[in-house]
Design a protein around this ligand. Structure first.
Ligand SMILES: Nc1nc2c(ncn2[C@@H]2O[C@H](COP(=O)(O)OP(=O)(O)O)[C@@H](O)[C@H]2O)c(=O)[nH]1
Ligand SMILES: [Mg+2]
Length: 219
């Protein structure tokens, strides 16, 4: 009997990611994988970010990852952009968006018409960090309410990402977070990580985030 052993469990995943990458290149799409714990503000950030990009005549689309429900997609509906919901429940309720799911979602999008594609990953600081989806940049949203220690406790996420958006800065006066320790922990885990403090509620820092996106897109 022949026994087939999968040499690299990530092999299949990476092959799909490379196919996604090829499509992004062919169509000039800048793809951003947004990751975080549940509730740190990914969807709210997209609700605020996309109109700012639309003002600059950049067409956006979103792949919304979730285990189940279309709640986040519904929140993005008023923006009038293409949104594809990718639920992992039919794939066994995976804790991350897989490259095969992105590949499936891309079939529902008119790629010629997209400048920036956001992938909102499933809320989780562990598994999403392990998988390349073919994206250009990985961004982690860390809300101030999560505490100073998260970069140390979930290092892979912070090592893999290019940018950390420190979200919910408007809550700083109500919290006892040591922001210099938080920054120190981020730097300790990833010396290259860029850090932008933001508040989607007040709009503080969003222009720096938009500048970052536009600069990275040109690279
Ligand atoms: N105070 C404050 N609340 C925020 C901010 N951004 C998001 N939230 C709230 O945090 C909760 C979770 O946000 P959501 O965008 O759904 O997070 P997600 O699960 O990462 O997509 C919601 O109640 C938002 O209104 C912010 O900048 N400041
Ligand atoms: Mg969300």
């Amino acid at each position: 009997m022949e026994i087939n052993v999968v040499r690299d469990v990530l092999e299949e995943s990476n092959a799909r990611a490379q196919e996604n990458r090829k499509l992004f290149d062919q169509h000039g799409i800048f793809a951003v994988n947004i990751m975080s714990s549940p509730g740190s503000g990914k969807t709210t950030l997209l609700q605020k970010t996309i109109p700012l990009l639309q003002e600059r005549r950049l067409s956006c689309a979103v792949i919304e990852g979730d285990i189940t429900s279309t709640l986040d997609s519904e929140r993005l509906k008023p923006l009038g952009i293409p949104v594809v919901q990718a639920n992992t429940e039919p794939f066994g309720g995976d804790c991350h968006v897989g490259s095969h799911m992105v590949q499936g979602a891309l079939k529902y999008l008119d790629l010629e018409k997209i400048s920036i594609l956001f992938i909102e990953n499933i809320g989780n600081l562990v598994c999403p960090a392990e998988f390349y989806l073919g994206e250009d940049r990985k961004v982690v949203v860390l809300s101030l309410t999560e505490g100073e220690d998260k970069p140390v406790k979930y290092p892979l996420m912070f090592r893999e990402c290019h940018l950390c958006l420190l979200s919910k800065m408007d809550l700083a006066p109500h919290l006892e977070v040591d922001q210099s320790l938080l920054n120190e922990n981020l730097r300790k885990i990833n010396g290259q990580l860029e850090i932008i403090p933001i508040s989607s509620k007040t709009g503080d820092g969003l222009s720096l985030w938009i500048d970052w996106l536009l600069k990275q897109r040109k690279k």
